[in-house]
Design a protein around this ligand. Structure first.
Ligand code: PEP
Ligand code: MN
Length: 266
């Protein structure tokens, strides 16, 4: 069934319908200094709208860096005050969501593992009910468009009108050059079923390595995507998570210069 959701258009985010929405920042916030320095560099680029940084990190196996936790929200508040950028982080349960509301975090996103869990999404939606929150919903790890739509509907039913979907690729069955397979067919299906939902692409988690970022991003724009979420770190070689796929702010700027931003509409 094709559903016209009552949601804000992409121009609500970018001031200009033709301009892509750009979310950029490190995979993880690591220290206050790394958070602020990366933000200062990104804020110099007027194409960046939202500064992203994970504070609670969903790692596949325990024992790796799992984020700095709530203190990271204080650092995001400083980024916002100093640079004027909007700030965003991932939430994966009710406590995260409450903490972000309290801290005035502008954008929350639901990660791929959480989108696959209706209980988790409902818990987040229940906390957000009655607020004017902005939520981005990554695709679930498996290519199930109904599960993706279900998560978006749960938030919409809670009254959330600022919604954006993020295509970050799907767990591959077999080895491919991508970390997460960009199944563009699923994206086309999402756009067909929810035609007015803004959708952006996260080329970082699709590519898994810097070298593939341009190719994936260009393909996303060729498909008519509304923007990008790209991981950017002041010094990717020292990153505590996803080091191989992050770009310096300068390299991100060069990549954006080269991309042909088409709005062909999916
Ligand atoms: C992230 O954005 O850093 C992240 C963990 O993403 P995903 O949920 O797409 O794996
Ligand atoms: Mn990451």
């Amino acid at each position: 069934m094709v559903t016209e959701l009552d949601i804000r258009p992409i121009s609500h985010w970018t001031q200009d319908e033709k301009y892509p929405l750009l979310v950029a920042g490190p995979c993880s916030l690591e220290t206050e200094e790394q958070t602020l320095e990366t933000a200062r560099l990104l804020a110099k680029d007027p194409r960046v709208h939202v500064y992203r940084g994970g504070v609670w990190k969903p790692r596949t196996r325990p024992g790796s860096f799992e984020g700095v936790g709530e203190i990271g929200l204080e650092w995001l508040k400083k980024v916002k005050a100093e640079t004027g950028l909007k700030v965003g982080t991932e939430v994966a349960n009710a406590q995260h969501t409450e903490a972000c509301l309290k801290a005035g975090i502008d954008v929350l996103w639901v990660g791929a593992r959480s989108t696959a869990s209706p209980f988790v999404v409902q818990e987040i939606a229940d906390v957000l009910k009655g607020t004017d929150a902005t939520v981005m919903v990554k695709n679930p790890v498996n290519p199930d468009v109904q599960l993706w739509i279900g998560a978006i509907e749960r938030l919409h039913q809670a009254g959330i009108k600022n919604l954006v979907a993020i295509h970050r690729g799907f767990t591959p069955f077999q080895e491919t050059k991508y970390r997460n397979y960009p199944r563009w067919k699923t994206l086309i299906e999402l756009k067909r079923l929810l035609p007015n939902l803004p959708v952006i692409c996260d080329p970082s988690h699709i590519a898994g390595k810097r070298e593939l970022l341009f190719e994936v991003s260009q393909k996303a724009f060729d498909m008519g995507i509304d923007g990008l979420m790209v991981e950017s770190h002041r010094d990717p070689s020292c990153a505590l998570s996803d080091a191989a796929q992050q770009l310096t702010p300068t390299d991100l700027g060069s990549m954006l210069d080269k991309l042909v931003l088409r709005k062909l509409h999916i």
